[in-house]
Design a protein around this ligand. Structure first.
Ligand code: AP5
Ligand code: MG
Length: 214
């Protein structure tokens, strides 16, 4: 099963992708998480990505596409995967479609998690992220067992640098300009499903399972 998660920054893509990965036993691949772990480790890729991410801009396609295509050719992707935060531009989507087509494959589901911009800025301020394992929490809606510590790996939780309100605003603008057109792209391919992301995390997940099948 090959799934793409669409939706604005903060819509809940990572939260739901984690649950989907666990239930269907497929890897959760987040380009944002890959960039953040590279920034933390101080790699060349991390250095390239950081200036764009901190400004709320997209990392250039030349960097992102090759990185993602390499990742989906790894052994754990044989039975599918869930992509969270990729594709984000039409050229990214076209490259993915072309790479899959070479093996007679295609994306099975594109899940668009819909949340109005007005709800997003608030959500982001309460988000806490683990930069080591990628787990996401919320001070109000999904608090960790021990404040400031990741339940999964015990690392310290942080407020992401790009979650400041002015950067979130820029990320939303970039989303509407460059990523929103992907909804039409996957609609035309007949694989798009819209999901109301304003409901509780559990209800959103239940609605996704209804689409994917138990
Ligand atoms: P990325 O890490 O992908 O960030 P994003 O798309 O902006 O999305 P977020 O991770 O902020 O939100 P999310 O939808 O995962 O929501 P979450 O589940 O955390 O990308 C970061 C940057 O990297 C980009 O800006 C760009 O620079 C670069 N980048 C990444 N991919 C790229 C690409 N393909 N091309 C170019 N550049 C790329 O939820 C948010 C909060 O809300 C959490 O605290 C959560 O607990 C809470 N929450 C979730 N669901 C609910 C709910 N139903 N009710 C209440 N609270 C909820
Ligand atoms: Mg995320």
């Amino acid at each position: 099963m090959k799934i793409v998660m669409l939706g604005a920054p903060g819509a809940g893509k990572g939260t739901q992708a984690d649950k989907i990965a666990e239930k269907y036993n497929i890897p959760h691949i987040s380009t944002g998480d890959i960039f953040r772990s590279n920034i933390k480790a101080g790699t060349e890729l991390g250095k390239k990505a950081k200036s764009f991410i901190d400004q709320g801009l997209l990392v250039p396609d030349e960097v992102t596409i090759g990185m993602l295509l390499d990742r989906i050719h790894e052994a754990d992707c044989e039975n599918g995967y869930i992509l969270d935060g990729f594709p984000r531009t039409i050229p990214q989507a076209e490259s993915l479609t072309a790479a899959l087509k070479e093996n007679g494959e295609a994306i099975d589901f594109a899940l668009d998690v819909e949340v109005p911009d007005a709800n997003i800025v608030n959500r982001m301020a309460g988000r806490r992220a683990c930069l080591k394992c990628g787990a996401t929490y919320h001070t109000e809606f999904a608090a960790p067992k021990k404040e400031g510590i990741c339940d999964k790996c015990g690392s310290e939780l942080v407020l992401r640098d790009d979650d400041k309100p002015e950067t979130v605003q820029k990320r939303l603008e970039v989303y509407h300009e460059q990523t929103h057109p992907l909804i039409d792209y996957y609609k035309k391919k007949g694989v798009l499903h819209a999901i109301d992301g304003t409901l509780s995390m559990e209800t959103v997940f239940k609605n996704i399972v209804d689409i994917l099948g138990a």
